[in-house]
Design a protein around this ligand. Structure first.
Ligand code: ZN
Length: 365
């Protein structure tokens, strides 16, 4: 994907096709899109429903930190059509200033129609390109069980798991969304304000020594968000973290920020915000991440300790410059470590808007 503020955004003509492994760029209006159907006989209620489901998978699932939809129907019209795309592609998205199309391969019409190939998953992937996203690589972030990326470089035609958005898919939109930019830094963590609801609001977050982790609207969150999270464990510290991978082409800065608040005025202790990042290389034609076998560097860590009060405050790590030309994947994590106690025992921390932030980088997704 591409930030709306990156140099690539200034390129008015986007003639590339992401399915051939090229970098993707701005594709029409990045926050609104709609479609019209070609007159092809292959458009029928079944194929139309699967195509449209791919659109709504994005619109219904991506929210900003206030819980509002980021993507909406309208704006740029993509012509949905069928074409002979040869034997290597299920579908492709064409993006020119005067021409926006999502094309399905006529050679696989029967498989799309009878369900051998999952047209909804493939439509979800193509709509990701329509929102301006490129490919993230083969895998989603850890753990893979959370879901494979719809915007993986290659997806099997039969893979229904690509219908639902992964952590990285949602993070790509959050990087792009101008409403979540603070002082030039864009949010690069999915569900950074716990507004997603599929798993009670804790979707994409993982715990270490956490015995209780839930979201609530009681009293309101940071930055007037409706919801925030509370967690604690039997030990100190208990910690939650979120991992995101994204392409990183050159330059830029990374930092991590979390908002937090005492659960009770009698609580005492600290919270530590920890940014982790690691550059990875790709291997293979589908851009598999060589994350376990050959990372080009070990995890790098930047920590900051802060003191919660009875009001919402935030804690931000030092900004870390990512220098040089990378053309690689960056894996990031933001940890929130809860050292709070109440009468000597571990207690809850209220936290919200916890995320890795990026600035000044060329970050095609
Ligand atoms: Zn693609």
């Amino acid at each position: 994907m591409v930030l709306a503020t990156t140099p690539l955004a200034a390129i008015a003509v986007n003639t590339i096709n992401p399915e051939y492994g090229q970098e993707w760029g701005v594709c029409g209006d990045l926050e609104t899109a709609t479609w019209s159907y070609s007159s092809d006989w292959r458009w029928n209620p079944t194929t139309k429903a699967r195509f449209e489901a791919g659109f709504w998978n994005w619109v219904n699932d991506v929210h900003d930190h206030k819980g509002n939809r980021v993507l909406n129907k309208g704006g740029t019209t993509f012509v949905a059509e069928w074409a002979d795309l040869g034997t290597t592609l299920h579908a492709e998205t064409v993006c020119l200033p005067w021409d926006h199309r999502i094309r399905f391969n006529t050679r696989y019409y029967n498989e799309f129609y009878n369900g051998t190939y999952d047209m909804e998953a493939i439509s979800t992937h193509e709509w990701g390109h329509a929102w301006g996203l490129g490919h993230v690589g083969k895998k989603d972030t850890w753990p893979a069980a959370q879901g494979y990326a719809s915007m993986a470089t290659c997806i099997a035609g039969s893979d229904q798991s690509r219908r639902s958005l992964s952590h990285d898919d949602e993070a790509a939109i959050s990087i792009q969304d101008g409403t979540q930019v603070v002082r030039g830094y864009a949010t690069a963590s999915a569900n950074s304000s716990f507004e997603e609801s599929e798993f009670g609001g804790t979707e994409y977050w993982y715990g270490i020594n956490v015995s209780t982790f839930y979201t609530t609207s009681s009293g309101g969150g940071a930055d007037t968000t409706p919801r925030y999270a509370k967690f604690r464990g039997a030990l100190v510290p208990s910690e939650i973290f979120n991992e995101t991978m994204f392409n990183w082409y050159s330059g830029g800065w990374l930092k991590a920020r979390a908002n937090f608040k005492k659960d009770s005025s009698v609580d005492s202790g600290t919270v530590t915000i920890l940014l982790g990042y690691q550059r990875l290389d790709r291997v293979g034609s589908c851009g598999e991440l060589a994350d376990l076998s050959s990372p080009i560097e070990n995890w790098q860590w930047v920590a900051r300790t802060c003191y919660p009060s009875t009001n919402w405050n935030y804690c931000t790590t030092a900004a870390t410059a990512i220098s040089g030309q990378h053309h690689r994947v960056i894996r990031t994590r933001v940890f929130v470590k809860n050292y709070m106690t109440r009468f000597g025992l571990p207690t809850y921390l209220r936290t919200d808007r916890d995320r890795v932030m990026v600035k000044g980088a060329s970050v095609p997704w």
